[in-house]
Design a protein around this ligand. Sequence first.
Ligand SMILES: Nc1nc2c(c(=O)[nH]1)N[C@H]1C(S)=C(S)[C@@H](COP(=O)(O)OP(=O)(O)OC[C@H]3O[C@@H](n4cnc5c(=O)[nH]c(N)nc54)[C@H](O)[C@@H]3O)O[C@H]1N2
Ligand SMILES: Nc1nc2c(c(=O)[nH]1)N[C@H]1C(S)=C(S)[C@@H](COP(=O)(O)OP(=O)(O)OC[C@H]3O[C@@H](n4cnc5c(=O)[nH]c(N)nc54)[C@H](O)[C@@H]3O)O[C@H]1N2
Ligand SMILES: [Mo]
Length: 772
Amino acid sequence: MSDIPDQSRPRSHSSHWGVFRAHWQDDRLVVAPHPADPDPSPLLQNFPDALRHRARIARPMVRRGWLENGPGPDRRRGRDEFVEMGWDEVLDLLAKELARVRDAHGPEGVFGGSYGWSSAGRFHHAQSQVHRFLNMALGGYVRSVNSYSAGASAVILPHILGPFDAVCRRNVTWTQILEHTDTILAFGGMPLKNTAVASGGISRHIERESMAKAHARGTRFILVSPLRTDLPEEAGSEWLAPLPGTDVALMLGLAHTLAVEGLHDTGFLDRFCVGYPAFERYLLGKEDSQPKNAAWAAAICGIPAERITSLARQAAQGRTLITVAQSLQRAEHGEQPVWMAAVLAAMLGQIGLPGGGYNYALGSLAHYGKQQNAVPIPTLSQGTNGVKNFIPVARIADMLLNPGAPFDYNGRRMTYADIKLVYWAGGNPFHHHQDLNRLREAFARVDTLVVHELAWTATARHADIVLPCTMTLERDDIGAAATDPLMVAMHKLAEPFGEARDDYAIFAELSHRLGTGQAFTEGRTAQEWLRHLYARTQEALAESGLSAPSFEQFWEMGEIKLPSAPDDGGILRAFREDPERHPLPTPSGKVEIFSEVVAGFGYEDCPGHPAWLAKAEMPDGRHPLQLVANQPYTKLHSQFDFGGYSASQKRRGREVARLNPVDAAARGIAEGDIVRLFNERGACLASASITEDVRLGVVQLPTGAWYDPADPMEDKPLCVHGNPNVLTRDVGTSQLAQGCTGQLTVVEVERFAGNLPPIRAFEPPAGVARPA
Ligand SMILES: Nc1nc2c(c(=O)[nH]1)N[C@H]1C(S)=C(S)[C@@H](COP(=O)(O)OP(=O)(O)OC[C@H]3O[C@@H](n4cnc5c(=O)[nH]c(N)nc54)[C@H](O)[C@@H]3O)O[C@H]1N2
Ligand SMILES: Nc1nc2c(c(=O)[nH]1)N[C@H]1C(S)=C(S)[C@@H](COP(=O)(O)OP(=O)(O)OC[C@H]3O[C@@H](n4cnc5c(=O)[nH]c(N)nc54)[C@H](O)[C@@H]3O)O[C@H]1N2
Ligand SMILES: [Mo]
């Protein structure tokens, strides 16, 4: 298994962006999508060049200042040289440092949240590995909860409808849409670039053909978004472009029209919901004398009042599905659009009907709109974390900068831990976090930062100890996701780069040094773990009376098809069919249009019913443009930014920023010009693309370009490559959820007239010998 017998024979593998087969031809890996995938992702072509790219990390490295002065706060992180070290020596050093922190500060001094997507394999899943290791070797770690994806929605949805998965994943499917849906009102759209991706893997990209078929049958798609490209041409959509961040006002305008024209379903509101009367008083302006009518909404969001009223009437006819992209809640007061869309769907009375109601995040990832598997997929047990303290994931810099300070989260008053050591494996905070110059300051405060990486990301460059790990193509694994019918044998396709080791092997070695080797490995090699994890699915298949191939057979076949659970609409359908027998898991058992629990928290930034709340940051004279920092088209997050497809879509080596012709002309910006985007937090360069597909007043720069400071010695260096997170604001969505708000920020853009600085993001850092 683990050696590579016949390199010219295609072998199966999987990634978050698709299942594929690969073989070697003339010293080059040839990657071909799964033959049954109707719309494979071009992201697959990031693999071949990535394997042996100079950005890979060849051997363990230790930061010179840390080595010479020992652990401690140090502003030289990200500015210092590195020293190469052999594996035995570096593992001894790290085991000693872990023991020091454990003994002096306890596991409460270690942050092991280690947020990030790493790779699709279920065993070599870095985040699971690092959590398991820290639980067993140190007794636990300060963890993070929720995600950058769904920071606000994951907290608000259980208060108002039910668990996140019940609203996103086990709800409306594309099959139901094809049969039943007349209108889809898609806030933030359903861009095909986003459904290219699902964590754990995706074998068939069905969204393009599903939208084409639905459109052909007569489904009307209405795109509410600053970018026309947020729905594909196949959907034949109408495009409405409100000012970003103002969707709640638009939704209230729609709701007001429904209420005053008697188009709302009072039967549904009475029987299945609580709190509509209180919300309606707000909607009609009974308390603040401001009805949230179409004219009021139009003045805020920029969609004409007549279109708002006609859209409300249209939505009240036939089967209507409302979707809200994750992006809308990755912004200040991100809880509000998630909640308000649910209220709108409740007023339309269609929650729980096939193809109707509300499916939060449908179209944001390929997980949603699919059927669940009827058998469990492999997962690695993480053990038990003895530390109770945690942060909402996007509060990382706040925590490191303010040890001991209080903060609010979902009704609790909590305290930030005092972190001495940060351990990261499988994520890239210099990709995912906001206000990167502030993040650099935060990382300067800890004693030790340890990073396992396959390439020289900015996070690796800011570490004290950098351990090179294998990438997915360099090891055997099993790919599977709860909403994809294929479980994939991920065959090793290449030898590890340089001295890179699997995360598992690194943690096993460290565990042995810390005396917890047996607990961590349970005496299994990596190959034995794969068989062990496979057995769970195999047994479930056998119990269901289905064919349950042996591990050897599975490995040889390359994939097995898993059975699906019925397309039954989940708990929302069951609730609609019999609300007494199947109440929702909310406090009232019903849809909470007003939540006593949320109101009881007393948060001004998240009151007891959805509301339009003024934003701290809106475009103004100094920063007149709204930056949309969305998911990239050419990669998953920052992964393989140095890969062939990602590189081919850059211009003069930089990320592309898109803006409207009117905004470009006003600034003397021409197609292909290098521009500087800036605000008081930072600045970055990008190549300008001018297009009517972007709303007036908006500039769009996707995330994903590796942070590349012109002069790392500066406190707020210019990022020459186009990482928008030097511009974004590091604040929580509200006291309720404290989610990430990276999607929107205000900026100004100008033509960059200076000499173009070189891109160095993919050059190994100073002091590192080039691999032979
Ligand atoms: N401004 C702004 N910021 C955002 C967003 C936004 O919309 N706007 N979106 C946010 C969202 S939704 C998300 S999910 C986050 C994503 O943030 P992340 O998940 O942190 O981003 P990735 O680039 O996927 O990071 C994964 C890292 O793991 C490494 N890796 C891959 N395989 C392995 C492995 O086997 N072992 C180890 N040790 N490492 C491995 C990769 O090289 C990569 O550096 O970004 C968030 N940030
Ligand atoms: N190719 C690719 N696909 C991905 C990812 C990736 O990195 N690359 N990441 C995956 C992950 S982890 C996640 S969580 C999902 C994220 O899914 P999302 O968060 O939904 O993805 P985004 O692309 O950030 O945003 C979708 C669109 O919302 C629009 N938008 C932004 N702000 C507003 C607003 O205020 N109002 C309205 N109406 N629209 C707005 C933008 O035009 C944007 O293109 O994507 C997944 N899919
Ligand atoms: Mo995400």
